[in-house]
Design a protein around this ligand. Structure first.
Ligand SMILES: [Zn+2]
Length: 273
């Protein structure tokens, strides 16, 4: 498996990523969230462009799907069978809408579509397995960020809890959590670390996994693909709703709040930070 991260909209503060996911022999690729053709196309070699069999969206927001038409027009000059895979027809030019847990083959790779409605109703996380090299990865769009999660634009706190902490984790399977590298839609790790330090794990030593996460984020501009799903479970507050430190941070002094109330409050605190 090969993953190439392409920066988009960094100059305007969007800090988006487009990803080229390629099979081990590099003959088949998916181009995930290529929203900005002017930034994506120069980053691709002719060989890479010819390998692309699908333009894929994690959700319909313009900073993820806005390049579908230009990209497919450009790629279809190389070969005709370039699909557009997305969670709904709100994405331009969509030709395939996967159902929850639908599986695609991409050369030697297997991609499982995990539908995670909340940030948008059409959000999909793509979980990729390489049986040759035992590498696993997850393209999590705006559902899961390193140290955070997406805003609840089209869903509730319950929806995010179900999507993040049930559907996603079950879809990947516990034995794969330590092997699965996370590739989110944006580079938000540093800001997420600042939030966690300010409100949750306030002192070094409160959570040593978080201390390591924070250190890495403060010394690396690009963190995508570095952390695993198991890492996230150790410090991402939105995946640790039962942690007493999280309960304390949201104001649940005796640990009696429902999970969705904790999720809701965490999201509110992050939005208003
Ligand atoms: Zn979005």
């Amino acid at each position: 498996m090969h993953v190439k991260a392409i920066k988009m909209r960094w100059a305007v503060g969007g800090v988006n990523y487009c990803y080229l996911l390629s099979s081990e022999d590099k003959t088949k690729s998916w181009l995930i969230d290529p929203a900005e053709p002017l930034e994506v196309l120069p980053a691709l070699s002719e060989e890479e462009m010819r390998s692309i069999v699908a333009v894929v969206n994690t959700h319909h927001h313009y900073d993820h799907s806005g390049g579908n038409v230009t990209l497919t027009t450009t790629l279809r000059k190389r070969h005709n069978n370039v699909k557009v895979i997305a969670g709904s027809d709100a994405s331009f030019g969509v030709s395939v809408v996967p159902q929850h847990l639908d599986v695609f083959k991409l050369g030697n790779l297997e991609v499982v579509c995990i539908r995670t409605p909340c940030h948008t109703q059409d959000s999909i996380c793509y979980y990729v397995k390489d049986s040759e090299t035992a590498q696993n990865c997850l393209f999590s769009g705006d559902t899961l960020f390193s140290g955070g999660c997406g805003r609840f634009f089209e869903g509730s706190a319950v929806d995010m809890d179900v999507s993040l902490n049930l559907r996603l984790l079950e879809g990947i399977g516990e034995r794969n959590w330590p092997l699965t590298k996370v590739y989110p839609g944006h580079e938000y790790s540093k800001g997420n670390a600042e939030f966690i330090r300010k409100f949750v794990y306030k002192n070094p030593g409160d959570n040593t996994s978080f201390d390591e996460f924070e250190k890495y984020c403060n010394t690396h501009e690009v963190t995508t693909g570095h952390f695993t799903v198991l890492d996230e479970l150790k410090y991402n507050p939105f995946m640790r709703l039962e942690d007493p430190k999280i309960r304390e941070a949201v104001g649940d002094k005796i640990g009696k709040w429902s999970r969705d109330k904790v999720m809701e409050k965490l999201r509110f605190m992050k939005n208003t930070m």
